[in-house]
Design a binder for this molecule. Structure first.
Ligand code: PEP
Ligand code: MG
Length: 567
């Protein structure tokens, strides 16, 4: 019998492979290390920083050559952490305390990791892993430890925390699955796994300790089941599921180049939500026809100061170019409240979700907003771009943002920099905006409905509170009415409406939205095939019948149950 464990399945699918443990323990090596004089140890650490940075540059070049952009981007961030001048000072201080170069490196990066860990935002907390990873990489260099060999076959990477460099250093086709001890879904390992649809399980806790390198394992990303050293019978019991999965994958691959069009010819654009230009490559593999939401706050995170216009321009330009003539909608930074940045003073707030955030910050901070707008406008010259403002609640905010865009253009003209024609739109994610869409539609080029927030604000249900998650339902009739109103308002004014909240990835919701007249659905790329399949197998007239019936229903759960019977 296999050793059975359970975690929380976060990326569906079954994976078979050998365990590859991440997170090597260095204690033994540190004990054996014989430090020299403090001045020598400081020199050893300083030399290691230079060597490790140089090695990273080489690895990044190799990854880029192989088109492994996501991995290259992670290691690029690591290179910056190695070369951060503040870190070399912190390491010297630690050498004064401990006398050992590898110990000092680990301690210096550990204390920076702890700063990240105390941040409220889950994304920042996730970056603590990167800090520790970098510290360990440098310490391993000093201690002369080599990275493990992968060998034949596919691996399931497992670790309490999985160091991003482990994932980044492995060829994509080698990683069959991911098992994470802790429960975070925003760790790099999971972010990468999501864009590539690698089956993943999180939150297995100390069960990780029971796994050994090379153990054969089966994981089920739907149920969260893990079978270590399965017997032949246990393996065979998964064969049917695996076969089905392979067939589905092959079928989805066939859909890649086909449009999302109903049997009677109504087309919906299926596009991707991304956090970095590298995500566009993965999205294209799932047949995305562009980007409906580039969460630009990722460009602002993990930095100690406002990213320069030029640095932002490079990111946006790369994303726009990768969209190859399809629209790339870049959302201006949705930061503040629960997502703090060190260079924006928000202060303690009673209700961060109702606080100083997103467009509210942008409109008050020209020093942040204008460089971002200039960078996006310039990127627009390299393809088709859109600017989208988050958290808008009234017409005035849109007009003020529009005026800032004009100011940004004037600055570019003055500086002799070229810019493209970009569409201007808003996220409809507050009930106020949704109610006002008949007026807003006169001014904007497009709406993108952000249901993650629209549901939470309409129903007064915190989107992250598990205790009241049963109330969080995008089929709630109040939510559906706001969505329908938004789509109809756009269409009436000859503008387009899309959706970039999670609801867009629900195939049953897609039917209703299409019947309401939505033009674009934006989602995490691996969801595209299943939504496409649903749209391609229904007529718009049938979808309208379903919508009419749904709009007569009084309760969100009833609607959900009804839709599940017709799929
Ligand atoms: C939304 O609110 O639906 C949305 C897409 O934005 P975010 O999830 O980034 O708040
Ligand atoms: Mg939102």
């Amino acid at each position: 019998m296999a050793e059975k464990m359970k975690g929380k399945g976060v990326i569906s699918g079954i994976a078979v492979g050998k365990i590859m443990l991440a997170g090597q323990n260095l204690d033994g090596y540190l004990k054996d290390y014989k430090p020299k004089k403090k001045a020598d140890e400081k020199k050893i650490a300083a030399d290691a920083l230079i060597k490790v940075a140089a090695n990273l540059v080489k690895t990044i070049e190799d990854l880029n050559k192989k088109n492994m952009k996501e991995q290259a981007a992670i290691l690029e961030a690591h290179r910056m952490m190695v070369e951060d001048p503040a870190m070399s000072g912190a390491i010297d201080e630690q050498v004064d305390k401990t006398g050992s170069a590898p110990r000092a490196v680990l301690d210096a990066y550990e204390s920076q990791a702890q700063v990240f860990e105390q941040m409220e935002d889950e994304y920042f907390r996730g970056r603590a892993v990167d800090m520790r990873d970098v510290g360990k990489r440098i310490a391993k260099y000093i201690l002369g430890i080599k990275e493990p060999e992968i060998g034949e076959g596919k691996v399931i990477v497992a670790g309490q925390e999985i160091e991003p460099s482990v994932i980044a250093g492995l060829p994509s086709e080698k990683i069959a699955g991911v098992i994470l001890g802790q429960g975070s879904t925003t760790s790099h390992a999971i972010i990468i796994a999501k864009t590539r649809a690698i089956p993943s399980i999180v939150g297995v806790g100390d069960a990780i300790e029971k796994m050994a390198d090379g153990d054969p394992v089966i994981i089920d990303g739907d149920t969260g089941d893990i079978l270590i050293r399965p017997t032949d019978e246990e393996r065979a019991s998964y064969d049917v599921k695996i076969k089905k999965q392979e067939e589905l994958k092959a079928h989805y691959a066939e859909l890649k180049e086909l449009p999302a069009i109903t049997t009677d010819g109504v087309k919906v654009e299926l596009v991707a939500n991304i956090g970095s230009p590298a995500d566009v490559d993965a999205a294209n593999n799932f047949g995305a026809e562009g980007v409906g939401l580039f969460r630009s706050e990722f460009v602002f995170m993990g930095k100690t100061d406002i990213p320069k216009e030029e640095d932002q321009f490079k990111e946006y330009k790369a994303a726009v170019e990768k969209c190859k003539g399809n629209l790339c909608v870049i959302r201006t930074m949705d930061i503040g409240g629960d997502k703090p940045l060190p260079y924006i003073q928000v202060g303690q707030e009673e209700n961060p979700f109702l606080g100083y955030r997103a467009i509210r910050i942008s409109l008050q901070r020209r020093d942040l907003f204008i460089p971002q707008l200039k960078a996006i406008l310039r990127a627009g010259k390299f393809g088709k771009a859109g600017i989208m403002f988050p958290m808008v609640i009234n017409v005035d905010e849109f007009k003020a943002a529009q005026k800032m865009v004009e100011d940004a253009k004037a600055e570019l003209v003055h500086e002799g920099k070229e810019y493209g024609d970009v569409q201007l739109g808003i996220m409809v994610e507050t009930p106020a905006a949704a109610v006002m869409t008949p007026i807003l539609a006169k001014y904007v080029d497009f709406f993108s409905i952000g249901t993650n927030d629209l549901v939470q604000y309409t129903l007064a249900v915190d989107r992250g509170n598990a205790q009241i998650a049963y109330l969080y339902n995008h089929f709630n009739p109040a939510v559906l009415r706001l969505i329908k109103r938004t789509i109809e308002s756009a269409n009436k004014e000859g503008k387009w409406a899309g959706m970039c909240g999670e609801m867009a990835s629900d195939p049953n919701a897609a039917i209703l939205l299409m019947a309401m007249g939505i033009k674009e659905l934006s989602m995490s790329a691996p969801s595209i095939p299943k939504v496409k399949e649903r749209i391609r197998n229904i007529s718009s007239s049938k979808a309208k019948e379903i919508l009419d019936k749904v709009m007569e229903m009084e309760d969100g759960n009833e609607i959900k149950a009804y839709l599940s019977t017709i799929s």
